[in-house]
Design a protein around this ligand. Structure first.
Ligand code: ARG
Length: 582
């Protein structure tokens, strides 16, 4: 158990010894540090239960607290707020349990298996900033949950199956009508066909096909038929589809790699097709499918609904399965092959209705046990300076690659280090750009929309990724320079900054818990910034390497190594890489 939790438990026992029963004690960080580091507010509630004056209750509790040598400067403020401070000796003892081992500060949870669905990139379309948010939030949540003891698997769940692929193939047919993929009489090996198309071509083809379909009903109908054909694995079309997936997937993997996003499972929507028949059977048997204008729907409305809840479209009137059916099939697949306790879906807020419908339908059909949690984890939009979804200069959708390039141009201006080669400098500036993007994306509370300010987020000063990298590297370099000096023990503090740092360090488990509870990383990005800024204050106040008091010097180096390992732990949770130099 973490120190802070143990302490809370002990304080509860102390309150009981003073003669009062309470459910929980919260050691809140005080906003009046001159009065105490923490505040306990329970006397006010206890006063109501015990029909006593809260100040008298506070006095009883303080009397008990005074017997414990971990506490000092106990005092009562206002109607009965108890202010409490930890002794330096106790803080030092706590910190010393953390040298070389942060496990003592991490509260592991009960084991649980979670699948996180946070990819969703669409084959043959460029990844855009929306996919960036899924990737950043999902990857970090996955790492956080793992750190806290869950078993977690990330699934890419690529969009590789629906109408977009039919459209792309329709357009390829327009461009290269003579390709043997379209030749019904072709008897050769499909691997021998030379497809003159690169991933860049694919990214250009989709928007063309999509706008053609909007203007031309016949074209759209052909694309629909093609979609059907490839879903029925009709030779030619199916083979071409496989080829397209191959080309596109390679590029998608590389882009995810670039943003430090790594899936354990690389399924696509097409892999779920084999579960559709079974899902359909289950829904039929349970009489959940309703005929409606040639389509099949599932009623998911409930008595208590205040907002409209349209039925889930299970099968279109032209016999194609929908995005929702695929998600139902995926739930069945996950249940059969992984049997998870929870499934989390990290997508844009605009998909909330879709997931509500899917979850309700899954429950109606009992696709998973009742105690399995299905949770949509929505996020807000990344906007441009105009407050509208981030666009390119000419108003187009901003691809992820373009965004990375833009930020990289900014970080490139800021990384000047003449001790390294130009090649190395370029590599570092790319790593810093990714850090800038990822950190900025995780700073706002998950559900809020935010404005992406490229220049500000690339600065080395302020609440930015580059600032955190720079500071962390500086800690490392100090520790390297002090490699022959001992750093195993803290024996003393010199100033209040060290005490502030110690308190901040002890608060880490609270932050991790809260972040997982809210499924938002802003708690962690905030904490990292506060801890790092405090450390930098401490760093500028002291000359660590030339300090003559050897005990103080060891204490400082030890403190540095603890902060350094926390920074590494947290940056790793956020999936931000720290370069050696910068
Ligand atoms: N491919 C989808 C999109 O780009 C996102 C998929 C999200 N995951 C899911 N299981 N539906 O909008």
């Amino acid at each position: 158990m973490s120190i802070i939790k143990e302490l809370t438990k002990d304080v509860k026992d102390i309150v009981r010894n003073a003669g009062y029963e309470i459910d929980t004690v919260v050691l809140e960080s005080s906003n009046r540090p001159d009065l105490g580091q923490f505040q306990i507010n329970n006397a006010m509630t206890l006063a109501r239960t015990y029909h006593k004056n809260p100040r008298d209750i506070a006095t009883d509790i303080v009397k008990e607290l005074e017997k414990d040598n971990r506490f000092t400067n106990l005092n009562i403020a206002g109607p009965g707020f108890i202010n409490i401070t930890l002794t330096n000796d106790y803080l030092i003892e706590c910190l010393n349990t953390l040298t070389n081992n942060l496990d003592n500060i991490i509260d592991k949870k009960d084991k649980k298996k979670v699948i996180i669905d946070y990819g969703g990139a669409n084959v043959s379309k460029a990844l855009h900033v929306g996919h960036l948010r899924s990737a950043n939030i999902g990857e970090a949540l996955k790492r956080l949950a793992k750190t806290l003891g869950y078993e977690v698997l990330g699934d890419a769940h690529l969009g590789d199956y629906g109408r977009p692929l039919g459209l792309v193939i329709r357009e390829i047919k327009e461009m290269y009508p003579d390709l043997d993929y379209f030749n019904e009489n072709y008897i050769g090996d499909y691997n021998d066909i030379d497809l003159p198309i690169t991933n860049e071509d694919l990214e250009r083809i989709y928007p063309i096909a999509s706008s053609n379909a909007k203007e031309n009903e016949e074209y759209l109908e052909e694309a629909r038929i093609i979609t059907n054909k490839l879903q029925n694995k009709e030779k030619g079309y199916y083979e071409l589809w496989k080829k397209i997936i191959e080309i596109s997937k390679e590029d998608i993997k590389k882009t995810y790699d670039d943003i430090n996003t790594f899936f354990e499972i690389w399924n696509g929507e097409s892999d779920e097709a084999e579960y559709i028949n079974e899902v359909t059977k289950i829904f039929k048997e349970k009489n959940l499918l309703v005929e409606s204008e040639g389509a099949k729907i599932v009623e998911v409305k409930k008595e208590e609904d205040n907002a409209p809840m349209p039925p889930l479209m299970f099968e279109n009137s032209n016999n194609t399965y929908t995005y929702a059916t695929t998600d139902l099939a995926t739930i069945l697949d996950r249940k059969k092959n992984y049997n998870p306790d929870e499934i989390w879906y990290v997508t844009d807020d605009r998909q909330s209705l879709h997931f509500e419908q899917v979850f309700r339908a899954a429950r109606l059909a009992n696709l998973v046990d009742n105690n399995v949690i299905l949770e949509h984890i929505p996020y807000g939009t990344m906007n441009g300076k105009d407050g509208k979804p981030f666009k390119t200069r000419d108003g187009g959708v901003m691809s992820l690659k373009e965004l990375i390039k833009l930020v990289n141009t900014e970080t490139d201006k800021r990384i000047n280090n003449n001790t390294i080669s130009e090649e190395e400098r370029k590599k570092i500036s790319k790593t810093v750009a990714i850090a800038a993007i990822k950190y900025a994306d995780l700073v706002p509370y998950r559900k809020t929309d935010y404005i992406f300010e490229i220049d500000k987020f690339s600065e080395i000063e302020g609440k930015t990724g580059p600032y955190l990298l720079y500071s962390t590297i500086r800690m490392k370099s100090l520790l390297d320079r002090a490699k022959d000096l001992p750093k195993n023990k803290i024996t003393k503090f010199k100033t209040s900054t060290e005490i502030d740092l110690a308190l901040q360090i002890l608060n880490l488990p609270v932050v991790l818990d809260k972040s997982l509870e809210l499924k938002s990383l802003n708690e962690i990005t905030d904490y990292l910034y506060k801890l790092t800024s405090l450390y930098n204050k401490f760093y500028s106040e002291n000359k660590i390497l030339t300090e003559e008091d050897k005990e103080l010097q060891e204490s400082w180096l030890t403190l540095t190594s603890i902060v350094y390992s926390i920074n590494n732990l947290l940056l790793d949770i956020l999936s931000i890489k720290v370069p050696e130099k910068m």
